[in-house]
Design a protein around this ligand. Structure first.
Ligand code: ADP
Length: 576
């Protein structure tokens, strides 16, 4: 019920249009009832050969209802779909707005395919919410009131007959189907989400699947889930078939009962004979309003399950909360990390233990350590992707938590190993760093990253599409774009997170030169597990299993013959 009310609240801004669509739905079916009733009356009366002029009004109403039915149907479809699509786009934006602050910490536990399923399939499922759940019962109620009043004017028993069969087809049948199809809607949503997750996984990992000859296994897995979904959809079809036959049965039984009850009344002169066919056909045609009702509950279950999955995410509290108002730029751009300990959750072990180091303004500090030492975790804390609870991280003398996340991310430029490039033009990918940058600024940044000449050589220059994830670019070009982004952003603090990992030696050397260019005048934190390019670093912090084991310049650390020296020697051995 709570989920239902929340969905209604999401719809609230469109209620006027929704109400209009309901009224139009009523007018459409009302016109149909009118058309059949007026036609039956006309034929019955015409059989008695009255003066042709007497029939004029009825003939006109037949024409009117014939045309109005089509016009109302068109308008009803137009407005009901308009309101549905507005609702869907509102839900998509609303969902994305809630999703974004959760990234990345809050989204770790969801598979990307599952998230995709939520934003695509679950939102799509909600299109039924208005079209098949809210609107049909309201239209049916209005039609019931209309035809009930009409029949009651002749004889109450006819009106009650209608009411009985209406309730049978519109309430008892749907409830029966609800029992039969209980959990079916929810299961369908869950299985479909699983299928999406598998498919996205398979597509993303296509290369690995082929390389390891796992096509058959993956196919079997997808087939298995597909079959489950098919089975559920098959059951749903059986139920919906059953429901339409039940509606048909009730409709015909209602018409026959009205006839059976009305014939003696005609005989006794209580009702004129020319009304007989009209009453029967008005009853019959009114059931058009009941036809969609049996599926209301399955659709409701499906929509509620989808909505619950959406609300689950929208209700999640972002891992990091902003303290309050903006506090503005600091006077200095130095970082002081004191006694920081961190673990991802209360059950897991400590990833960072009592971390201490200082990064003075304009200085260069490298955090070096083997894989799993906690380096990326440190970056996550500095960028406020995760919240730290023990120790202190100060930027410009003020605690990091006091800043707004937006402010922090404005102050810090990041170049990582895996730069995400969007399936857009080079220009759009660069402007991500500074949407209001001028053409000159953008070109200056591209030149600084030595990628300008390459971009110019592309078919459409800066307006060339670079494909999903920038697949039309080499690793080095992607990194250069990333550096150009950082140059364009011009943030006073720079974090280089394994910025040259994964590149070949020649490209790495070239990119390093561009990175030196980028470092000029900026407070720089280098995160790396590699031993290259550390000579220009003022202070190296050696991290192992979340703890600082050594600190000093490259020269000092090499002399110490400690952990750093071991890593250094190992890396030389690997190279030779
Ligand atoms: P590094 O960057 O030095 O390779 P990480 O900071 O990525 O190290 O990882 C340090 C430890 O934290 C590892 O043991 C890793 O398993 C764990 N870890 C990293 N990310 C998460 C996460 N999102 N949730 C739980 N544990 C994590």
């Amino acid at each position: 019920m709570k989920t239902f009310l929340r969905l209604l609240r999401l719809m609230a801004p469109h209620w006027e249009m929704a109400l209009l669509a309901v009224l139009l739905g009523f007018c459409t079916i009302g016109s149909n009832v009118g058309l059949l009733a007026a036609s039956a009356y006309l034929i019955a009366w015409a059989a008695l050969h009255p003066p042709i002029l007497d029939l004029m009004t009825v003939t006109a109403s037949v024409r009117f209802f014939g045309i109005s039915r089509a016009v109302f149907r068109y308008l009803e479809r137009y407005f009901s779909h308009d309101v549905t699509f507005r609702l869907l786009s509102r839900i998509r934006v609303w969902f994305y707005q809630h999703l974004e602050p959760l990234a990345p910490a809050g989204l770790m536990k969801y598979r990307s395919g599952d998230l995709l399923s939520r934003i695509v399939a679950d939102v799509e499922t909600l299109k039924n919410f208005y079209l098949r759940i809210l609107s049909p019962p309201l239209v049916a109620l209005l039609i019931l009131a209309l035809v009930f009043t009409l029949l009651a004017r002749f004889e109450m028993s006819l009106a009650y007959t209608l009411l009985f069969f209406f309730l049978l087809a519109g309430l008892a049948a749907p409830l029966g189907i609800k029992v039969l199809g209980s959990r079916l809607g929810q299961q369908t949503v869950e299985v479909r989400a699983r299928l999406h997750a598998h498919l996205v996984d398979s597509i993303q990992g296509m290369t690995e699947i082929v390389a390891f000859g796992q096509e058959d296994r993956q196919q079997t897995l997808v087939n298995h889930v597909s079959k489950q979904l098919l089975g559920l959809q098959g059951k749903m079809s059986v139920i919906s078939g059953l429901s339409s036959s039940l509606t048909g049965l009730s409709m015909n039984l209602a018409m026959w009962t009205v006839l059976v009850l009305a014939i003696p009344l005609v005989d006794s002169g209580q009702i004129k004979g020319i009304y007989l066919a009209m009453l029967a056909l008005a009853t019959l045609s009114s059931f058009e309003a009941v036809a969609p009702l049996p599926l209301t509950f399955p659709y409701l279950a499906e929509s509620l399950a989808a909505a619950r999955r959406l609300f689950e995410i929208s209700d999640a509290r972002p891992e990091v909360q902003d303290a309050g108002s903006l506090i503005g730029k600091p006077d200095r751009y130095n970082l002081e990390v004191t006694g920081v300990s961190f673990r991802y959750d209360d059950e897991s072990s400590w990833v960072l233990k009592d971390l201490d180091f200082n990064l003075p303004q304009g200085g260069r500090v490298a955090v070096v350590g083997p894989s799993g030492a906690g380096k990326s975790t440190l970056v996550n804390l500095l960028l406020r992707f995760w919240e730290y609870h023990q120790g202190s991280i100060r930027l410009g003398g003020r605690e990091l938590k006091a800043y707004n996340q937006e402010e922090i991310r404005h102050l810090i430029g990041v170049v990582t190993q895996r730069t995400h490039l969007f399936n857009a033009t080079v220009r759009e990918n660069l402007l991500l760093a500074k949407p209001d940058a001028t053409q000159e600024e953008m070109i200056r940044a591209a030149k600084g990253a030595r990628i300008h000449a390459f971009i110019e050589s592309l078919p459409q220059g800066y307006d060339t599409y670079i494909g999903e994830g920038g697949f039309k670019l080499s690793g080095g070009q992607r990194q250069r774009l990333s550096i150009a982004r950082a140059l364009l952003k011009n943030a006073p603090i720079l974090i280089l997170d394994e910025a040259t990992a994964g590149l070949d030696a020649v490209t790495e050397k070239e990119i390093m030169e561009d990175i030196y260019n980028l470092m000029k005048g900026r407070t720089t934190l280098v995160i790396t597990h590699r031993m290259a390019g550390l000579a220009i670093i003022d202070q190296i912090v050696v991290l192992n299993q979340g703890q600082v084991v050594e600190q000093g310049t490259q020269e000092e650390l090499l002399h110490q013959q400690g952990f750093f020296r071991k890593m250094w020697d190992l890396s030389r051995q690997v190279l030779t």
